[in-house]
Design a protein around this ligand. Structure first.
Ligand SMILES: Nc1ncnc2c1ncn2[C@@H]1O[C@H](COP(=O)(O)OP(=O)(O)OP(=O)(O)O)[C@@H](O)[C@H]1O
Ligand SMILES: [Mg+2]
Length: 283
């Protein structure tokens, strides 16, 4: 299996602030890899470095084993970027936004037409192609942002918080779209601070906290590290959670605690538990 993205010891300083403290990871071709972390963890910084928008202070990065800092044009051609802040041209139509992106990437008119049509149909935006972007809903704009990044057929897609601020219904629709893009063979690096998004979409998740990767594994392995069942106990300082290898042991402990007058709930271990465990912080 080819390694689509290899990152080695990336450091990024903004003046005195160290935004990334030497992170390393690899993404095999075809994988959906999520960087999960709270505000300011360094998610956007990582994506900006990998898409050539800023230079790292130290470290190396490769797409399919080729150094992206010494071959910036090669890297640009291979990568598609969905930025955190929507940067569509609001006064232009959906179609025109795709056309301009295609022209910037040196595509010929015929390829642009074919590709734009395919992507508009794929994303359910074909009927809106002649509407100005300013008339689209937030969810439609996000879909357009994603297909615009796919115009030049990138092999690696970077999605920076693709569903932030959207309602749960629209979010699920985008999850479907993102999964389909992966199924077509695109390698995806996604950032999010929604735990359930990483849990649902990602083959592997890296927990990023204050510029460091504190854990990296499949969502399943990150969770089973703690156990299978959790018991939440209400205390004056907030919820205290205990973890158990199986439901039976959790039930035994819950029984004991409630007999002692405590308020308890039993539930499955989730990815948030794992994140809290590895970082000691909430996302
Ligand atoms: N251009 C910049 N100049 C100075 N500091 C910056 C710059 N960009 C980011 N930072 C700082 O680097 C750190 C990491 O920022 P980054 O945007 O990568 O975080 P993030 O994980 O994407 O957060 P969020 O979830 O809020 O998008 C933060 O402390 C931020 O203030
Ligand atoms: Mg960000």
């Amino acid at each position: 299996m080819a390694v689509a993205v290899r990152v080695e010891g990336l450091v990024k300083d903004y003046g005195k602030l160290r935004a990334l403290s030497g992170i390393s990871f690899e993404i095999p071709e075809g994988e959906l890899f999520a960087l999960l972390g709270p505000n300011g963890a360094g998610k956007t910084t990582t994506i900006r470095i990998l898409t050539g928008l800023t230079r790292p202070t130290a470290g190396r990065a490769f797409f399919f084993e080729r150094d992206i800092f010494s071959s910036p044009l090669y890297a640009k051609r291979l990568a598609g970027l969905v930025p955190q802040a929507t940067n569509l041209d609001l006064e232009l139509t959906v179609w025109e936004n795709l056309l301009i992106h295609g022209l910037l990437f040196g595509m010929d008119r015929r390829s642009i037409q074919m590709r734009a049509r395919e992507l508009l149909e794929f994303s359910g935006l074909w009927d809106r192609r002649n509407h100005k972007v300013k008339t689209l809903s937030g969810g439609m704009r996000r879909r357009l942002l994603i297909i615009r990044a796919l115009m030049h057929e990138p092999r690696i897609l970077f999605l920076d918080e693709p569903t932030v601020g959207l309602d749960p219904h629209i979010r699920r629709r985008l999850w479907g779209l993102i999964k389909q893009i992966q199924t077509r063979g695109t390698t995806i690096l996604l950032t999010t601070h929604y735990i359930e998004e990483a849990e649902f979409l990602a083959d592997r998740v890296a927990f990023l906290d204050r510029g460091r990767i504190v854990a990296l594994d499949t969502p399943q392995n990150l969770m089973t590290h703690l156990g299978e069942a959790a018991v939440d106990v209400v205390t004056p300082e907030g919820l205290k959670t205990k973890f158990f290898p199986n439901r039976e042991e959790a039930e035994r402990e819950a029984m004991k605690l409630s007999r002692a007058g405590e308020t308890v709930t039993i539930r499955r271990v989730n990815l948030e538990d794992a994140f809290l465990h590895f970082t000691g912080r909430k996302v």
